[in-house]
Design a protein around this ligand. Structure first.
Ligand code: 4NP
Length: 155
């Protein structure tokens, strides 16, 4: 059984598709499965935002085949680790959790880099292209750490 990691943001078209693509590129596919979801339903079935697709492509990662989906309560059982992009996503997901085990799977992704600081990956949707590069850099840095930890823990 692969270790399953879920990346969560609001729309599942900007941040979490990047997080999914970057994380998957750093883990062996036979041992790990990475997916993403949004807490909102606006973009179910949609491709990632073209700015996210371009930013990933510039860095050698293809996320164009991803399709948006909404976070669902069965994800708590399906996944081993649930990384959320910002504090609002954290509150939304935690409110859906029913058990301490489910709550324990959820963490703010940048807390891996800055423990207990509760720093958001900022939503780049209404911003400039630069916002997407910024998000990419943050996710690239933190997924290096997460990949290292997970590979060590699950080898
Ligand atoms: P994301 O960005 O949560 O990083 O995918 C957003 C994309 C779309 C919307 C909100 C956030 N929206 O409201 O449509």
């Amino acid at each position: 059984m692969p270790v399953k990691i879920l990346m969560v943001c609001l729309g599942n078209i900007c941040r979490s598709p990047l997080a999914e693509g970057i994380m998957a590129s750093k883990l062996p596919k036979d041992k790990f499965f990475v997916d993403s979801a949004g807490t909102g339903s606006w973009h179910v079935g949609h491709c990632p935002d073209k700015r996210s697709i371009e930013t990933a492509k510039k860095n050698g990662i293809n996320i164009s085949a991803q399709k948006g989906r909404q976070f669902k309560t069965s994800d708590f059982d399906e996944f081993d680790y649930i990384f959320v992009m910002d504090n609002s996503n954290y509150n939304d997901v935690i409110h859906l959790a029913k058990t301490p085990e489910q709550r324990a799977k959820v963490s703010l992704i940048l807390n891996e880099l800055f423990p207990d600081e509760n720093v958001d990956v900022p939503d780049p949707y209404y911003g400039t292209a630069n916002g997407f590069d910024n998000v990419y850099e943050m996710l690239d840095e933190v997924t290096d750490l997460i990949a290292e930890k997970l590979i060590q823990k699950h080898q």
